[in-house]
Design a protein around this ligand. Structure first.
Ligand SMILES: Cc1ncc(COP(=O)(O)O)c(C=O)c1O
Length: 380
């Protein structure tokens, strides 16, 4: 690809940070830098606590365990998401219930969420799609009215805000992902932010074998008891060092992404056949993805995707609906019609390249190629 869908933003500080831990020859598994990374995340997001994990998926799994979400419970999730959002309730024996999304942010539609609440509903997991906040204030109100746990899936939206308030401070707890295409990355990794000390302590047990750690397990002679069932969902100090060095650059990363998105918005706004996302003004979008909607639906969208690919421009459909994957169709008997707006929107979304180091020539080329395509495929 001449222009890939994403490029990781890294520099020599990342290399030095990781090398330093390697050269230390100790604390490769878990050590002081994990704590430092967690403190930096908490400080940046504005949460009391943060626990890191080896992926966003293990973080989601753990937070549902921490809240005791289990067999017989229902958890409301979007189908317009990465599959891990819906799988997480299944990991703990609960059932994911799909609610539809709304047009402006492509996040959960509060009205449909209300419709999907039953006596069995225990939690809601809204997704902040592609760097844009969803309608979290309304969802929070619904959760409070119905006594439900609100867990934000902000895998894609580290640094996003509503007014001056960071995503990650609205729900009871929030998950962020540090997978390679995210705003900051540690290769793989994730975290939970929360203000609850109880949840924080449970998460630490779940993350590391249910072990009650009083100091660093590997360098201590003390017996540490195992008090609950736990996993090995830890990140290493090597990974955390990369995380610290990445979060140190966060303001720059977001500024560059937003600058590029504005430039692309300007260049693409004259194309009638595509719609750009248009979140409310007070929503601070960090553009983990740059998603357009293509008039004409899946056929035109797929043709456009092939055309851009031939021209060396990477694109991807984020997301095909989760309920229409083989696993969900066969396990639960889902079909088209379950969440109609999700299906309709999913048929016309296409994510274009977006990364901090993208240059004007690349964005001009993307705009020109899209223009060329639509000259041949006008939407009547
Ligand atoms: C919305 C959403 N939820 C959950 C995940 C899972 O995160 P991870 O890949 O870190 O396990 C992702 C990441 O791909 C995501 O985009």
């Amino acid at each position: 690809m001449k222009i890939p869908l994403f490029k990781i933003y890294w520099d020599n500080e990342d290399i030095e940070a990781v090398s330093k831990v390697i050269k230390k020859g100790a604390y490769w598994t878990t050590g002081p830098i994990v704590n430092e990374f967690e403190s930096k995340i908490s400080e940046y997001i504005g949460s009391k606590y943060c626990v890191t994990f080896n992926s966003g998926t293990s973080a989601l799994h753990s937070i549902l365990l921490a809240y005791g979400v289990t067999v017989g419970d229902e958890v409301i999730v979007p189908s317009f998401t990465f599959i891990a959002t819906a799988n997480a309730p299944l990991f703990t024996g609960a059932k994911p219930i799909f609610a539809d999304i709304e047009e402006k942010t492509l996040g959960l539609d509060p009205l449909d969420v209300k419709e999907k609440i039953t006596k069995k509903t225990k939690a809601i997991i809204p997704v902040h799609y592609g760097g844009s906040p969803c309608r979290i204030n309304e969802l929070k109100e619904i959760a409070e009215d119905h006594n439900l746990i609100l867990i934000e899936d902000a895998a894609e939206s580290f640094g996003a805000m509503i007014d001056d308030r960071k995503i990650g401070t609205f729900g009871d707890s929030t998950m962020f992902s540090f997978c390679q295409n995210k705003i900051i990355t540690t290769g793989d990794g994730g975290c939970i932010t929360t203000n609850s000390k109880d949840v924080y302590e449970k998460l630490k047990l779940i993350r590391s074998h249910g072990r009650q750690e009083t100091s660093n397990y590997f360098s201590s002679t003390e017996f540490m008891d195992y008090v609950t069932l736990g996993y090995n969902f830890r990140i290493s100090d090597i990974t955390a060092a990369l995380g610290v060095s990445q979060i140190n650059k966060i303001d720059k990363i977001i500024e560059l992404r937003r600058k590029n998105a504005n430039y692309l918005n300007d260049r693409l706004s004259s194309i009638d056949e595509i719609d750009l996302l248009n979140p409310p003004e007070e929503y601070f979008h960090v553009y983990q993805m740059y998603t357009i909607r293509v008039a004409g639906g899946a056929r035109t969208r797929d043709e456009l995707m092939r055309y851009l690919s031939e021209k060396g421009i990477g694109t991807k459909v984020y997301f095909y609906p989760v309920h229409l994957t083989h696993f969900y169709k066969t396990k639960f008997g889902y079909n088209r019609g379950e969440v109609p707006r999700t299906e309709e929107i999913s048929d016309c979304v296409l994510s274009l390249p977006m990364f901090p180091t993208m240059v004007k020539e690349e964005m001009d080329y993307i705009a020109e190629t899209l223009n060329n395509f639509f000259e041949k495929h006008p939407y009547e």
